[in-house]
Design a protein around this ligand. Structure first.
Ligand SMILES: [Zn+2]
Length: 178
């Protein structure tokens, strides 16, 4: 397995610069490398954790990751190490960090206040989620409302719509979907 050339961390950040240069780096060393080039973009303080409540007043703890890419910045929030809620926003290189942070905050708020499944029943005729790997089953699941559903579970529900049309669309994680 590849690891960071500076510290050996195996969680890597992929980056290909404009010149095609590629080096294996962890997030910390990646940001450090990029910070030399874009020192005016790196915010003084990046919170590494964010706690937000959902529609049922249940708190969720998110890890926060800020990254500077060649042409934009990204700010991501992941719920713990499990497949929970997750959110990603894009920023411009010359943008103040607080605007990016606010976008993440409001976007996460919106995500936490929409529910698609309750008591295993779909609330409306649609669900929105993301695809994530499940280490226990060695399969991919669909994460809806911050919870993991197997394709079999999704399929069982889809079965109740026999004869109906279904639209499956794959959307970039930074795009808004409702
Ligand atoms: Zn490293």
């Amino acid at each position: 397995m590849k690891s960071c050339v500076k510290c050996g961390n195996e969680q890597l950040v992929g980056f290909i610069g404009e010149d095609g240069f590629h080096e294996a780096l962890c997030q910390e060393h990646f940001n450090e490398l990029i910070a030399d080039e874009y020192s005016d973009i790196v915010p003084e303080h990046i919170p590494n954790e964010l706690v937000m409540k959902d529609i049922d007043n249940i708190p969720h703890v998110f890890s926060v990751e800020f990254m500077i890419l060649g042409h934009c910045t990204t700010l991501c929030a992941f719920e713990g190490s499990e497949n929970g809620y997750s959110c990603k926003v894009l920023g411009k290189l010359d943008e103040d960090f607080k605007y990016l942070w606010n976008r993440l905050y409001y976007r996460l708020h919106e995500i936490l206040f929409v529910k698609y499944i309750e008591n295993d029943q779909w609330i409306e005729d649609r669900i929105v989620g993301y695809v994530a790997y499940n280490d226990e089953t060695n399969r991919h699941d669909l994460i809806v409302d911050g919870k993991s559903y197997s394709w079999e579970e999704i399929g069982n529900h889809i079965g109740t719509y026999e004869g109906f049309q279904v639209k499956i669309e794959v959307i970039d994680p930074s795009d808004e979907v409702y």
